[in-house]
Every structure is written in structure tokens, then in C-alpha cells.
Design a protein around this ligand. Sequence first.
Ligand code: NDP
Length: 290
Amino acid sequence: MVQILDGKATALQIKDEIANEVRTLTRQGQRPPHLAAVLVGTDGASMTYVANKEKSSHEVGFTSSVYRLPEATTEAQLLDTIAFLNEDPEVDGFIVQLPLPRHINEQHIIDAISPEKDVDGFTPINTGKMVLGEECFLPATPMGICTLLGRYGIETEGRHCVVVGRSNIVGTPAANLLSRKGFNCTVTLCHSRTRNLAELTRQADILVVAMGKPEYITADMVKEGAVVVDVGIHRIEDASKKSGYRLIGDVKHSEVDAKCSWVTPVPGGVGPLTIVSLLQNTLLAYKRRR
Ligand code: NDP
């Protein structure tokens, strides 16, 4: 019978652990960790993500600040804000919510973030350290996937893990982390040019899907007893819901789940762990700065 990798419950547990640690720090007279976020423009999804990060920060007792900049902000103006945050001694870590408006070069912005405050783990320094297996800030979503597998005691050693998607923020770092010592998976990384995708996904003991394609992975693409981690998030209209929409993933759960040993639901799987990873990185940044 399929079992659920419950991201929501795991996230609550970890938030509780962080909140306890913050309470101890503040009781000792120290200031709480401070996570800042920079939001450029008014993209609906980005505003929701930043609001969730702010809410989670408050829940664990962090100080949180959001720099809301207009859509017309120039690259130079955004670089000024980043330089300010890099220097601000009261800020332990910050994120720049992506995507940025098209007139701003995202890589220039990421490159400008101080690696010591890069709690999203996106800068070249942190990416390089991750690949070398050095201590660093890991990117939040792959870190969340690893946390979830670890907390549920999913056996990974020597197992064949197929990752579908090679983005810099999810697929590529997830493949890297799961192949490293500690997890010891044998990893296959697939992308849009992969031939015979289904043939590969069917071989996966652990299937991590980060394609951005709604319900693309169907039952015939999954091995009986596989562990399936669905990273995808898509909003689709649903008049029966109060909000007018519901969330679905990259996996067709209605037919795939019955074949799995473990599966992450959408919502309530990887998503909550992504925010928690950001909080864990911020706490780490805070400790390192002291
Ligand atoms: P990207 O669009 O950056 O990357 C998608 C990847 O999937 C690419 O590498 C692409 O290949 C590959 N791909 C697309 N179509 C196919 C196909 N038919 N066969 C094989 N590979 C394919 O997406 P992200 O990595 O940023 O995000 C993936 C999903 O995860 C999205 O739904 C996103 O919303 C969600 N997400 C969820 C998070 C969470 O917290 N739960 C956090 C971040 C993302 P190629 O490189 O060749 O183009």
C-alpha cells in the first residue's frame, strides 16, 4: 500500500525545532535571525511565494523584511539594493524572488549576492561548493527533497534514482545531492532531449519529477513499488473550490499513486519543505555570522 511522504507534517515538525532554537537564543538576550526578501514587480505567484516566506519566518520567530520594488526598477537600482543587504549587519540572509522582469539579467543579480547571505544557495560559489561536497547553502527545493527522504528513512544507497528535469534550481542540484556520499544513489538525469523517457523512468527505484508539465508522468512510466517525488506545482481552474483553482503536480497521482511504495502529494509534499529549507539556511547563516 502506498504511503505518503507528508511534507506538511515534516515542515511543521522542523519549524517547531527551529522555533525552539530561536526561543533559546532570544531568552539568552540575542537578537533573532533575520531573513530579508526582495520582490520586484507584482507577479501574482511571486507575491504569494514571498508572503508565504514572510509568514513562515514569523512563525519561527525570525525577523522578516520584504523590499518591494516597482516593475520598472533598473538592474542598477536592484544591484544597489543587493549591495545594501550584503552590508547590512542586521540581515543574516536574503533572497531575490525569481523570475525577475525581463529587462533585468538574473545572473548578474545572483552573482552580486554575498555567498555568506545567499540562503537560496543560487550563487556560483555555493553551487560550486555543493558540487565539491563542501559546506555551503544548499538550494532550497533539492535540500527539501533530501530532508523529506531522510526524515522518512527512505533507503537510497545503491538505488537507481531517475531525476526528470535539469534546471539549475531543482533537477541538476537534486541529481547532484542524491548521487553524493550520504545518499549514494545511482542517478540518471533526464531532460527534454532524453530519448525514451518512459523506458528510463520505469527503471527508477526513486523517481524525482521536476518538469513543469502538468500530470505528465502516467502509471505506465512508473515501476511497481517506486518512491515518487513530485516537485511540479500547477494551478488549474476548479469551480468547485472556493479559491476557484486547485493545485496539481507533474505526476498523474490518480493513476500513479497506487503503484508507489511512497509518494509526495501535491500540495503538501515538496512545497512546504522548500520554505523550511530556506529557514534552516537562514538559521545557519545567523550562526555562522556569530
Ligand atoms: P524548468 O522549466 O526550469 O525546468 C524544467 C525541466 O524539465 C527542464 O530541464 C526541461 O528540459 C525538462 N523537461 C521539460 N519537458 C520535458 C519532457 N517532455 N521530457 C523530459 N524533460 C522535460 O522548471 P523548474 O525546475 O524550475 O520547476 C519544475 C517544476 O517544479 C515546475 O512545475 C515548478 O513550478 C515546480 N517547482 C516547485 C517548487 C516547490 O517548492 N515545490 C520549487 C521550484 C519549482 P530542458 O532542460 O531540456 O528544457
